[in-house]
Design a protein around this ligand. Sequence first.
Ligand SMILES: Cc1ncc(COP(=O)(O)O)c(C=O)c1O
Length: 277
Amino acid sequence: MKAWLDGRVLESPNVPAVGVLDHGLIVGDGVFETVAVDHGEPFALTRHLERIVRSAEGLGIGTPDVDLLRHGVAATIDGQELGFGRVRITVTSGAGPLGSPRGGGPLTHVVVTEPCDRPPAVSSIITVPWPRNERGALAGLKTTSYAENAKMVEVAKAADASEAVMPNTVGDLCEGTGSNIMYVLDGQLVTPTLASGCLAGITRALALEWLSQELDVVERDAPIEVLREADEVVLVGTTRNIQAIGRVDDRTLAAPGPVTSAAQEIWARRQAEHSDP
Ligand SMILES: Cc1ncc(COP(=O)(O)O)c(C=O)c1O
């Protein structure tokens, strides 16, 4: 693991580095990205940097220094054996007071890169009752205020699942804590619309673009109970790519099903063509 903060590589990721008054620590006032790295090459880095700028501006903390972040990404990948890994980019609103108002100081830019296991081909999910607020102030932004996601993942792990999938405030299927969701009904691959409150996932966007050239793919909202009748269920996200789901709550599904297999084949083929699509 290698860490970088505001322009310099840290001696170790465990040395104290960010101030105790950083508003990211105090109230989760920041934004982040997780980028996959394969054989030392970050995937879709430009899209991730564009999204972190959108998230930061949407949160109102200003504009991250994208060139600085690119240096941080390169500096933390450099010198590491990264067959597969992930880069975590975090930008916070910087030092602030102990309450919610901001300090107005410079943003804190952090990059940490570590090797990790490739995602398993098949996984399990649970559905949880806690809604994503599609009308909230943070809707659609990838902020560091992820404590509710941390709680939901712990609940999923306790149920032997790797992800918790939630509804939105009107009970429609929304997303997982760190992934978007797709499912197959009558041979058609369906994913919730962005109006559901889900994050505009980069894997989701690329999957819609790439898969729709060869498969029947639509964006459509439906009650979360649709997962009880779906023929196949798939999670899509940076750390999962296109992952088949073999169990939803107590229901077992054959995984990967035929549409999922086709989607995985298309994804692998298209991903191999571009490292920064
Ligand atoms: C809440 C949420 N939804 C969806 C995703 C999937 O997005 P991406 O494909 O860009 O990784 C993430 C990923 O981090 C996420 O945090």
